[in-house]
Design a protein around this ligand. Sequence first.
Ligand code: FAD
Length: 481
Amino acid sequence: MYDVLIVGGGVVGCAAARALSAYRVNVCLAEAADDVAFGASRANSAIVHAGYDCEPGTNMARLNVAGNAMFDELCAQLDVPLRRVGSLVLAFSQDDLAALQRLYDNGIKNGVPGVRLLTAEETHAMQPGLSDKVTGSLYAPTGAITCPYELTCALCSNARENGVRFLMGSPVTDVRTAGDHLTVTAGEEQIETRFLVNAAGIHADEVSALCGDESFSIRARKGEYVLFDRAASGFAKMVLFQAPTAMGKGVLVAPTVDGNAYIGPTAVDQTDKDDTSVRPEAIDELTATASLSVPQLPLRSPITLFAGVRAVPSTGDFIVKRSEKNPHLIQAAGICSPGLSSAPAIAKEVVELLGEAGLVLEEKADWQPLRRRPKRFRHMSPQEKAEAIRRDPAYGRIICRCETIPEAEIVEAIREIPGVPSVDAVKRRTRAGMGRCQGGFCMPRVMELIEREAGIPMEEITKNGGASRICVGVSREEGQA
Ligand SMILES: Cc1cc2nc3c(=O)[nH]c(=O)nc-3n(C[C@H](O)[C@H](O)[C@H](O)COP(=O)(O)OP(=O)(O)OC[C@H]3O[C@@H](n4cnc5c(N)ncnc54)[C@H](O)[C@@H]3O)c2cc1C
């Protein structure tokens, strides 16, 4: 019997798991995929929003501003990158300036620290290379960038270290009330739990319906991106928005914590909740819009395209509450943007809701909030590198040349994956395959290490779970030949 079953291993579910791991409660997280960070949490804009664009008085506004303020401590504890680069919303017309004034007023009402309106001159001084059509901007110094999948994986590792069980490859397909608890079918297992936290992302309406609560629905809205090579990305210093539209926050130009730059996302409504393909026309659409902000984009240097799917709730706001239909159910649903920014605050609120619902929350004396792992090889000084190689020769074998990732870090990542290791699960934890060759060099070597460390035959290793086998139709002998 678990006290809490969390459904969904995205940033919200993993943040809730980690927050609960600080208490003497028995927690399990069930995830349909073979790894965490498989849904929206692996492909988004990676921005810790300041919180001025949410309507005052909404859950989004409250949880975004509170979540943003929690990021410094959280990322320091989990050794996850966070850069407070600040954000600008650019205006190109009088209408845009009026929109910026509304965002500024929202920011003041929402309690966003330091937000202010800038003239055209101040804006150009802050971010060189902008279009000369920019007439002003809204500046938010607390706008930041992080790595969403690294954060999600780190939350998972730390929660596991503190006793949470992660049940991977286990979709929740049935929920029954049995007296004072629920009986839940998750993959092959029947789980008894007092409470269920619904953090199932785009499928949270379906999980809610399984629990007898059909009070909301979720629509899918895809966002596509173009990512540029690091060597051509120096132009992006800050997060650059354009004045928002009814479809969202518009197309951004922004840096990543790893030194790349990207343009995106698009906003395309679709019926398939799991379709993360990129439409061919997305590149032209993004380029045309993003060039309004930065005319000299490095259009000869894209290294990949990717897409994520937003979970747009029928309520227009995050649904974070105890269900009125099922007292065992705590909703953390409809978490579209700014869900990444809000995740730490949503997790805190989920814990409070469970406490109000009767869960006894006694703090663990031995809770370990720090994720302990060796310094990354690429961040070491030459002396530190030499010392690391002397201690463990696997540091001297570089598997991913673009990102300088040694065998030792790949092996550490394979051991950390809660489910069945795949090439992308290793990539999310190490960056192997994220450089300009996009895995052309390192993928076979990563596969060899997965085979060696996890005992998965080469022909069964997948790119990213499911049916994405890499060696399909090739016998072992043929492959080696
Ligand atoms: C294009 C785009 C850009 C965005 N940009 C930003 C941004 O810059 N800043 C920001 O703050 N937010 C942003 N967001 C929003 C942010 O990505 C999401 O709010 C956040 O990732 C949601 O996390 P989650 O854990 O709720 O959902 P997810 O990450 O989708 O995780 C849900 C998990 O539940 C699992 N699951 C589903 N059904 C079941 C089931 N039946 N049983 C078991 N498991 C199940 C799924 O496999 C998945 O792993 C963006 C989103 C998109 C798509």
